[in-house]
Design a binder for this molecule. Sequence first.
Ligand code: C2O
Length: 350
Amino acid sequence: DPLQPPDLSTCDAEGTTTTDRNTGKVIHIDADCCPPYNGTDPESFYVPPPVDTLRRRPAAHRMTPEYLADYKLAIQMMKDLDTTDPDDPRGFAQQANIHCAYCNGPYDQRGFPTLDIQIHNSWIFFPFHRWYLYFFERICGELIGKPDFALPYWNWDHPDGMYLPTPFAESYSPLYDCNRDQTHVGDALVDLSFAPGVSVDANLNQMQQEMIVQGDSAINFMGQEYSAGSPPPGAPRGGTSEQGSHGGIHVWCGNPKNTLRENMGNFYSAARDPIFYCHHSNVDRMWTIWNALHPTAEPILDLDFLDAAFLFYDEQKNLVKVRVRDCLDNTALGYEYEFSSISPWLNYIP
Ligand code: C2O
């Protein structure tokens, strides 16, 4: 059976354990990140509004001043809600908590009170994060009164984008986060492959491996099966993209001086860094590109995949229930990517 949406009435803050990467000690993470809940669940599945023009997500290193001003305003307004109305599910802290709740143990699977929901390390990784960003983006648009607002993507698969996008490094900006590796600014090159010796070539090679060579089937690229009643999957079940560039950027951003490399380096804290959403916009773009690159690859048609479901709050603060099958095509969700920067790893020759 497909994974069911969480039961918010049993959300608990008991948290999870993780292993301290320095000492090897098992440490407990408090996960006090349950969302507000009024006791009523949506009956039917969310239907995305009809699309007339597609919102176009731009590359972060090419944001125009006007666009950047909108983006900063949106994030600032979300952060303001944290103080003016902390129970508003559109607030920045509430949005960050979504990630914690779906990854660090607060949600048990319906009918399986001993099994935590974990939306990483399986085939639901891409769909979950697509829906998550979809509502985050709509909330941004709603707050600033521009419904066509589209999130930027961090174009780390292109040599021009292999750096922390400058606006995120400016302190006093709503895009800033002090819990990052503070040496990874300016011309510090991202490391997508965890291999010794960072280089543009190593990054391009990593992209080619995970998108083409090793990511040669939907399951290999996206991740292994995850169904109701399965224990939380571990890293080896994740797809080439999740385990590769996706994880590489998380580690590269997190602050190595923090025990769990917070913020970006751990599930419970990752989405507290505004760069998370910009990073995941590119992760989502990789899913779109992968589909275009592998037109004959067999899609995953297992109903345990297609009917897996999640709960989110939309831009009107309504609790909504969404299904994987309804997010497979990003244009049906009303957005596309600025594609002009495609993609030197396609023809990379080692
Ligand atoms: Cu839910 Cu980049 O992780």
